[in-house]
Design a protein around this ligand. Structure first.
Ligand SMILES: *[C@@H]1O[C@H](CO)[C@@H](O)[C@H](O)[C@H]1NC(C)=O
Ligand SMILES: *[C@@H]1O[C@H](CO)[C@@H](O)[C@H](O)[C@H]1NC(C)=O
Ligand SMILES: *[C@@H]1O[C@H](CO)[C@@H](O)[C@H](O)[C@H]1NC(C)=O
Ligand SMILES: *[C@@H]1O[C@H](CO)[C@@H](O)[C@H](O)[C@H]1NC(C)=O
Ligand SMILES: *[C@@H]1O[C@H](CO)[C@@H](O)[C@H](O)[C@H]1NC(C)=O
Ligand SMILES: *[C@@H]1O[C@H](CO)[C@@H](O)[C@H](O)[C@H]1NC(C)=O
Ligand SMILES: *[C@@H]1O[C@H](CO)[C@@H](O)[C@H](O)[C@H]1NC(C)=O
Ligand SMILES: *[C@@H]1O[C@H](CO)[C@@H](O)[C@H](O)[C@H]1NC(C)=O
Ligand SMILES: *[C@@H]1O[C@H](CO)[C@@H](O)[C@H](O)[C@H]1NC(C)=O
Ligand SMILES: *[C@@H]1O[C@H](CO)[C@@H](O)[C@H](O)[C@H]1NC(C)=O
Ligand SMILES: *[C@@H]1O[C@H](CO)[C@@H](O)[C@H](O)[C@H]1NC(C)=O
Ligand SMILES: *[C@@H]1O[C@H](CO)[C@@H](O)[C@H](O)[C@H]1NC(C)=O
Length: 785
């Protein structure tokens, strides 16, 4: 299923001693009953950041289908390749030799949704068309590819979120036969004869007309084990249409810079690169596991692992009992043996927050999020500007374009990049610059008339045509605050000052907007725009205030010290006023909007204060919120705010990073519990109900497979800064783990402010800096290894 719901067909069959087992797809179910067809059974499913693996039993043989889309964000060349792998391996479980064949086909649902759009197709041997006359007993080094395209291509067009241009290609090599044709005939004949006829159907038609499928079959002969490798993906040469100061230009994908611009050279490279891609992916995966462990051993939960908590948080109802009715009128019972969250009294078997390892739960969340985040991006070659100069377009540095996915098709949405920020900071902070540069290009070259930051780079991917009339979605405080915080984060994680210097006048412009409008925000949208406009949003105001504090550090770095002092003083004074507006008179929590006493919400925008050590939010505020969240938790987490019972997974994980271990565990384990139990059945959905079956919001918006899942990396981004919810360092500074920084083969920076530190490197150095004041020391080094 494509993420928006239409079907893309992929059939997989393994034949063992003449018995047919279908391990992928449902194609055989349309055929008349056949004596030699048996059912394969699924033994296991597992996933990590790179793979989804399915283990299937087919009589005396077990088969593992491993779908691999490598997540290697520091390798920009490989990251830009739009192709994935399926490796199918099998082995005899009874030690005997068996006659084995593998069959696979794809249908045209991959290139066109279910319409009668006429297609073209061909089979290619290396770079040349085979056209059905050839001989497919190939040399092992040749890759064969089916290539499908729409007959009338429509550059930059979309139909139900499918591109209407480019080539879709499943590829294959070694000892196979091939065929294309009508799905029913072709599969029936294969099942009867166990081989394909090496002919190509030349009746070019649409995906719904005598469903054309494109098949490869392998004969392994008599063997105990074997494997086949397939690759698959849609490749376009012009990927993005970008408005630049030289006019509207098509942009080429970044892989053309690495592997040349020939489709078949790319396919061949990718096919042969399997082992290397796998190894690089395995390295990311091993580091991810190690980092999750490192986070939890540095900042362990009091309830880490299966231990029983010593003190239970309790929600005491008015009659003094720990059981009662929550603020939505749902009765709940606190199960004291299983920590918090509340049991649904209609289902006493369901444990609200299972007492399982928080580290394992967190690993499951981030591993599942990795491919979803990367899937929303396209890396391009920057345009060659002939008539103008732009500090945000640098040859040799890619531009990165994001599609919002499902909520709509907006490009480089500022408040979609923002929630994903922890992933960028953790996985490759340079990606942040690459995705922000196109936004700067538009705003620094007169393509955007408003004084605040633009919301997005274009209404619909892949047209990055901006908003020259300034009529983009109106989220001024939200986006201006986001840009300031993102710019400062980039500096904090790379030490690169040029990004701050280059765009300083934009930052000043946005900061003056934030000064004017953030303390008492007018009725406007925040990033949670599906909830509507609201005046005086507490969480929006605090974002603006933290943005101002970040701005004061930006000014410091740039050397504009008087501005720095002004921004810092303004931020502090705003914060003092904010506290009066924002905290409920009971003193137990912050409210959703200044005028709505008794309301509440996730105060996720305090996370940047912790992450970047901005020094605005006192620990007492975090503590107050930390004590509040468990009291309003539902089975599937803490609702976004008091208006609805739904929540957002990205904001939950941001909030978790501001909490002490008890409440952090509540957030992490309830999200993992939701993943295990939700009634939603599409890719990681970031807006869901915390009650009932954890389903979709009724009549609510559709949030499938969005890159905001990058926000789940909130704790790992904290690990990189050495920050945690308990231990603070001096405002403005953090110390990056030196060993980690230096073992990676890239330029890295240690930013040491207001701290004293000794560094152990291969060339042992001891650096001291004053322990107080606004002094900044930065040491720039490169790993030599
Ligand atoms: C998936 O399979 C690949 C090899 O096919 C293996 O390297 C990887 O560790 C597996 N991952 C999981 C989560 O099973
Ligand atoms: C083979 O396919 C190529 C590319 O589609 C086409 O140009 C050529 O005419 C075909 N040849 C035959 C014999 O069909
Ligand atoms: C197929 O391959 C075989 C073995 O290499 C060769 O003898 C035969 O001529 C080929 N047939 C065609 C049609 O190319
Ligand atoms: C992109 O812009 C072109 C030219 O205006 C238009 O034809 C095309 O439909 C647009 N694509 C999308 C996805 O909106
Ligand atoms: C391909 O077929 C040849 C001849 O049957 C066989 O020797 C070889 O092992 C096969 N290769 C693979 C990868 O199955
Ligand atoms: C597609 O074309 C076939 C054959 O012309 C026709 O039978 C079918 O109804 C068409 N389907 C759609 C969705 O237009
Ligand atoms: C408090 O909990 C007790 C015990 O479950 C229950 O009998 C009582 O109705 C609850 N009171 C309120 C106000 O929810
Ligand atoms: C810092 O950023 C600037 C501007 O993006 C870039 O030109 C420069 O190469 C970067 N420096 C390093 C060391 O990465
Ligand atoms: C917003 O908050 C300010 C300060 O408390 C208040 O004066 C104003 O009336 C509030 N606006 C609305 C729409 O409630
Ligand atoms: C910041 O500078 C502006 C303009 O000079 C001034 O009006 C304002 O009072 C200053 N704010 C603080 C807190 O110093
Ligand atoms: C989710 O299910 C897996 C597999 O059964 C289990 O290992 C894990 O502990 C569960 N997690 C939660 C939070 O229930
Ligand atoms: C939900 O979780 C409980 C354990 O907490 C488990 O018993 C139940 O089977 C799960 N339901 C689904 C649909 O996964």
């Amino acid at each position: 299923m494509f993420w928006q719901g239409t079907t893309a067909g992929w059939e997989g069959i393994i034949v063992i001693d003449g018995i047919i087992y279908e391990y992928l797809g449902t194609g055989l179910q349309s055929l008349p009953p056949l004596a030699n067809v048996k059912t394969a059974s699924q033994l296991a499913v597992s996933f990590d950041s790179q793979y989804s693996n399915f283990t299937i039993r087919a009589g005396p043989v077990d088969l593992v289908a491993s779908f691999l889309s490598p997540v290697i964000p520091r390798d920009l060349c490989r990251t830009s390749i739009p192709l994935s792998y399926l490796q199918v391996s099998f082995y005899s479980t009874d030690g005997q030799l068996h006659d084995v064949q593998l069959y696979s086909d794809v249908n045209a649902g991959w290139i066109s949704p279910e319409t009668n759009t006429t297609l073209n197709w061909n089979l290619f041997e290396g770079n040349s068309a085979v056209n059905g006359s050839g001989n497919a007993t190939s040399s092992p080094s040749t890759v064969y590819s089916w290539v499908l395209s729409q007959k009338n291509q429509y550059d930059f067009g979309e139909q139900q979120d499918f591109p209407q241009w480019g080539n879709f290609t499943p590829g294959q090599s070694e000892n196979f036969s091939f065929q294309s044709g009508h799905s029913l005939d072709l599969r029936y004949n294969y099942v009867k004869r166990l081989q394909l006829s090496n002919v190509l159907d030349s009746d070019y038609r649409g995906a719904q007309s005598k469903e054309p499928v494109f098949a490869f079959a392998h004969d392994f002969g008599s063997t105990v084990s074997g494997s086949a490798l397939y690759t698959i993906g849609t490749v376009q040469q012009n990927v993005i249409r970008f408005l630049t100061s030289d006019g509207l230009v098509p942009l080429q994908p970044w892989w053309t810079e690495c592997y040349g611009d020939d489709l078949f050279d790319l396919i061949n490279f990718h096919y042969d690169d399997f082992a290397t891609s796998q190894a690089k992916g395995a390295k990311f995966e091993a580091q991810l596991k190690a980092d999750v462990q490192a986070y939890y051993s540095s900042f362990p939960g009091s309830l880490y692992s299966n231990s029983t908590p010593s003190t239970l948080p309790s929600y005491v109802n008015s009659s003094g009992s720990e059981d009662g009715t929550d603020q939505f009128g749902h009765t709940y019972i606190l199960d004291s043996s299983n920590v918090y969250g509340f049991l649904d009294p209609t289902d006493f078997n369901g444990i609200a927050i299972p007492d399982v390892s928080e580290a394992e739960s967190y690993y499951a969340i981030v591993a599942l999020s990795a491919r979803q985040v990367m899937a929303a991006y396209v890396l391009t070659v920057p345009p060659t500007l002939r008539y103008s100069n732009s500090s945000s377009i640098t040859s040799g540095e890619p531009l990165l374009f994001q599609k919002e996915i499902s909520s709509n098709g907006n490009m480089n949405t500022v408040d979609v990049i923002f929630p994903a920020l922890p992933f960028y900071l953790y996985a490759n902070p340079q990606m942040l610059k690459f995705v922000l540069n196109p936004l700067f290009h538009h705003q620094e070259n007169g393509f955007y008339p408003n004084g605040y930051s633009m919301h997005d780079l274009g209404t619909h991917f892949p047209n990055a045509t901006g908003h020259v009339e300034g009529n983009d979605e109106y989220m001024p405080v939200e986006e201006s605050g986001n840009m300031l915080l993102k710019a400062y984060s980039y500096y904090k994680f790379t030490g690169n000052t040029s990004f701050l210097i280059q765009h300083y006048s934009k930052y000043r412009q946005w900061a003056s907007y934030v000064i004017q409008y953030s303390l008492v925000p007018e009725a406007q949208l925040s990033t949670d725009d599906f909830a509507g406009t609201l005046a005086n949003q507490t969480n929006l105001a605090i974002k603006g205030i933290l943005g101002l504090k970040a701005m004061s550090f930006i000014s410091q770095v740039v050397g504009d010290l008087s501005a720095a002092a002004n921004y810092s003083a303004t931020a502090s004074s705003y914060f003092t006023q904010w506290e009066k507006f924002a905290i409920d008179p009971t003193g137990t929590h912050t409210i959703l909007a200044y005028q709505s006493r008794g309301s509440f919400g996730l105060l996720y925008n305090t996370y940047p204060d912790k992450l970047l050590n901005l020094g605005i939010i006192p620990q007492s505020l975090h503590d107050m919120q930390n004590d509040w969240y468990p009291k309003i938790s539902q089975i599937f987490g803490v609702q976004l705010d008091s208006r609805h019972t739904y929540t957002k997974s990205d904001w939950e994980m941001w909030t978790a990073a501001t909490c002490a271990p008890e409440a952090r565990r509540l957030f992490v384990n309830s999200l993992a519990h939701w993943l295990n139990n939700t009634s939603t059945n599409l890719a990681f959905w970031d807006l869901f109900k915390t009650v009932g079956t954890g389903g979709y919001p009724v009549g609510g918006p559709t949030f499938i497979a969005r890159p905001v899942a990058g926000g789940h990396y909130s704790l790992l981004a904290m690990l990189k800064t050495g920050q945690n919810s308990q231990i603070g360092t001096a405002p403005g500074g953090f110390i990056q783990n030196s060993t980690q920084a230096l073992t990676e083969s890239r330029a890295d920076y240690l930013d040491i402010s207001a701290a004293s530190v000794s560094l152990q490197t291969t060339k042992s150095a001891l650096i001291s800096a004053p322990t107080s004041g606004l002094f900044n020391v930065s040491i720039h080094t490169r790993a030599v290894q």
